[in-house]
Design a protein around this ligand. Sequence first.
Ligand code: FES
Ligand SMILES: [Fe+2]
Length: 365
Amino acid sequence: MSPQDAAGQTAPATTAGLTVRSFWYVVCESHELGPQNVLSRKVLDEDLAIFRGPDGKPVALRDRCMHRAAPLSKGSRTPDGCLRCPYHGWTYDGEGEVVAVPCEKGQFKKGGIARRALVHEVCEQDDFVYVRVRDEDAPEKDGPADITPFAMPCYGDKGYTTVRLQNRMMNNVTNCAENFIDIPHTVFVHPVIFRDARDQKINAHIVRKNGEVHVNYEGETDNLGWFKWFLNPGGHKIQHTDSFFMPNVTSVSYVFGPKRHFIITSQSVPVTDEETLVYTDLTFNYGIFSWPARFIVRRQGQMVIDQDVEILGQQMDVIKKYGDKFAHTQADTIHIFVEQIRDALAEGQDPRTLPEKSRDITFWI
Ligand code: FES
Ligand SMILES: [Fe+2]
């Protein structure tokens, strides 16, 4: 049961030593992991070999054979759902245990720590496969039970359609997440397609709370580039909110009048400190137009993301040379809040223990 404070409100569960390694990260879409596939992935610098075990559930092993360190992801699936190393054929089951060594034939015996690969935690949700990386020095230990994969908003809900994109950004998670909830860049990086500069005043209310940042915008009109004819043809008042959820998820929600809802949710998966794999769901409810609209949404969404891939790569090149000491405007308060949450995790502090903060800001685009 969650602890309750004196006022009877539920206080968040907190975990000592919470870090970015305590969380679940997307490693592939479910359909990419077919029964015979072995995928090679990297999360938080840990190399992974991912396959489906005998029961069809995903398995993620450290991508290193215990015998002579060949990459298991280059191996193959056996008919009984094990993974065979490509070098000398050692065969691993879904628990990472070696169950066959061909050159030992009848003398082979199971068991022993030297014959067990590091197995990471895996689960499947919203048609994504998630991994939580274990530590080598605590190979049996699960991460905190109160940390679960992020539920993708409205995914699979009645009336909603989702277009799913994957993109590689040569930058870190913090800068990627900040980009995805940054309005001022849109008029420079995505003019015509997304927004044009009009010197329009925007007010926003920002809250940092419980490891999350929520932004409510006021004053947004129909400045949505030429895509406006699709997004908001009726010219309805726009309700726009942006959110960040620790450690790596952003979600942008637009409600256009009573009938149209468009959500852009991005999971920024840390490959290394300088590389991020971004899974973006464009989820929308456009009534009878939802299904046919997915082609144009995919094309349009990818065009916008291509422009972000370019600017984020350029930003990281400069940071690598000259560092990331940033200067700020009021609009960057959102990013400062995101950085405070990620900085807390970097220090092993649970961001849910940070005091609640809120700010009203004004900027022009
Ligand atoms: S390196 Fe894997 S079986 Fe030899
Ligand atoms: Fe952008």
